[in-house]
Design a protein around this ligand. Structure first.
Ligand code: HAM
Length: 555
């Protein structure tokens, strides 16, 4: 018999780990997979973002900022239900607190639990779980809660019933509990022998909206394109920089909050959005961008994943190739082989790789138009001398890709070596309810880009030009006046405090790498000229206030 009995536990208050830590005054750390970016490293990030903005300007890209959370459905429909991102990695919640499971569970406990002698909640039977097992005279009833009538629940329940009978020799009764408006429909779907239990939910209860922290930004940008009818502007060239969220196992170069520099070119076909020239421009932009930020030794891996018709043929060929071997593969691949065979290429399980290596490649299935498109992209890349290697197994981990797909990898990154990825997504707008709008884009993993920079933070950080040392009581206000004047000349100025001894000011100036130290004492203020010392050479001069900025700017 099952040990777990928690029907009364619905709504029961549990103490969470974080509550226990608070009670003990324990230190609070950033959540797993997130990190603080601190100076001087933030100088790198600023350097990268400033350089990238300059490059985007040269290619006539403009910034777009979309929300950090969107409807869950956007990613389910855009990125694809079967992808790792959507099926395993999203941070999703119901708006307004209580999700439907909790509401249905409470309603069931209030309206139906009383008629049973004993109830177990969330009971696992083999691979499946059932919401409640309720006993009356030792006869179990398996109860599933549903918000909407659907036939899938009946299949699940029948599977559970068989499993239960095999294990315990008793055939349990079956019941589906659902809100009153759905009851009639469910009765039509359900065969005899399945009890339909009615739940009266609070009248004002609407299914709350499911929201998700964006795991990527292409779907959000295409949503914005559709929502604001941006096809009226012709070809749109967007870029965006910001955080993304995926619940992945953290390791070097892989975080749960990470940053992407994203670019998308999208518009009606009449704007040239479908041309291979756009693909090549994007790839050439990326080569320029990586060179400009100082990343060498990158490899551009290129492939064409064809169009939906090619994909259908390819998926069929994959199904056939997988049929005799799939039972030797991992559980995920077994599921993918049925639902979306292309996703088998995302498998990371080492034992599956020899099998994956024998599978057909998409290049064998490209139609004439896709083949010509791909050839033209390569021709332009050759003409502008952007090197690439073809990787016929590159299919990318998101479902929306068509034709050109690419990744830039970098040797110095270890296991997470993809510095960026992207491709064409000619059908995405339609999948999200918009008009045809061919598009292509990429996202750079900014964390990984920064990791592959070889320069030191010191080389991109701007150190203070001058450190002002107020010397003695009443000198803070004089130092503030001088600092204000100097900062107007675009000098980087930092300040000490009148309570510091001169030695302490020198130490502080040294530590922050200032070029000069400027002494502001009573005598200096009286004669309106200040002692300015060059810290590296030790050379000291007295400079009248009016000439200070000029003098500091000189060297
Ligand atoms: P993606 O390949 O999923 O593509 O992500 C792009 C890049 O984001 C990766 O190459 C990697 O550098 C970085 N990245 C992904 N996950 C993580 C993580 N957990 N930690 C650190 N960095 C990570 C996309 O997101 C597509 N939206 C790209 C695109 C734009 N395709 C067309 N337009």
């Amino acid at each position: 018999m099952h040990e777990k009995f928690c029907a009364q536990g619905i709504g029961e208050r549990l103490t969470t780990n974080s509550e226990r830590r608070t009670a003990n005054n324990e230190m609070i750390k950033s959540p797993r997979g997130t990190r603080d970016l601190l100076p001087p490293d933030t100088a790198f990030w600023n350097f990268v973002e400033a350089t990238v903005r300059e490059v985007f300007r040269a290619y006539n890209f403009h910034e777009i900022r979309t929300p950090i959370f969107e409807s869950t459905e956007l990613f389910a429909r855009g990125v694809g239900e079967e992808t790792d991102i959507v099926s395993k990695e999203m941070f999703t919640w119901f708006d307004r607190g209580e999700g439907p499971e909790a509401v249905l569970g409470k309603a069931w406990a209030a309206q139906h639990a009383r008629k049973y002698e004993r109830i177990e909640a969330d009971v696992r039977i083999g691979r499946l779980e059932v919401d409640f097992v309720a006993y009356l005279n030792n006869q179990p009833t398996l109860v599933e809660l549903k918000f909407r009538a659907d036939a899938g629940v009946l299949l699940r329940l029948q599977e559970l019933q068989d499993e239960w009978q095999q294990r315990w020799g008793v055939r349990p009764n079956l019941a589906v509990a659902l809100p009153i408006p759905e009851v009639n429909l469910m009765q039509e779907l359900a065969p005899g022998g399945i009890e339909i239990q009615r739940l009266a939910l609070p009248e004002d209860y609407d299914l709350p909206q499911s929201l998700t922290l964006r795991p990527e930004n292409t779907a959000g940008i295409v949503r914005a394109y559709i929502e604001h009818k941006l096809w009226e502007r012709g070809l749109n060239k967007f870029f965006s920089i910001g955080p993304m969220f995926r619940r992945e196992r953290p390791q070097k170069g892989r975080y749960r909050q990470f940053y992407q520099i994203d670019a998308e070119v999208i518009g009606p076909a009449s704007s040239g959005s479908q041309s291979p020239a756009r693909d090549a421009e994007i790839l050439e932009l990326l080569a320029t961008l990586l060179d400009r930020v100082g990343i060498t030794n990158w490899t551009l891996e290129l492939n064409s994943v064809g169009c939906p018709a090619d994909r259908a043929k390819f998926n069929e060929a994959l199904r056939q190739a997988l049929a005799p071997v799939v039972d030797k593969m991992c559980a995920d691949c077994q599921r993918r082989a049925v639902t979306n065979p292309l996703r088998v290429f995302d498998c990371k399980v080492p034992e599956d790789q020899p099998i994956i290596d024998t599978l057909p490649t998409i290049s064998q299935f490209l139609d004439e138009a896709c083949r010509t498109h791909y050839e033209e992209v390569k021709n332009i890349l050759n003409a502008v001398q952007v090197p690439y290697v073809e990787n016929p197994r590159l299919v990318r981990g998101l479902d929306y890709y068509t034709r050109t797909a690419f990744e830039f990898t970098h040797g110095g990154l270890g296991a997470q070596n993809a510095i960026l990825g992207g491709g064409r997504y000619d059908g995405l707008s339609e999948a999200l309810g918009g008009p045809p709008a061919p598009g292509i884009g990429f996202a750079i993993g900014e964390d990984r880009l920064v990791l592959s920079l070889t320069a030191s933070a010191e080389s991109v950080i701007r150190k203070p030009d001058v450190y002002i040392a107020p010397l003695g009581a009443g000198m803070n206000r004089e130092a503030a006046r001088v600092a204000r004047e100097l900062r107007r000349h675009d000098l980087v100025v930092d300040l000490g405090d009148e309570s510091f001894r001169l030695k302490k000011s020198f130490e502080a100036a040294d530590k922050m790498g200032a070029r000069y130290i400027l002494i502001v004492g009573e005598n200096e203020v009286k004669v309106d000229a200040f002692a300015l010392k060059h810290l590296a050479s030790g050379e000291q001069v007295t400079v009248p206030r009016a000439q200070l900025a000029q003098r500091i700017l000189q060297k």
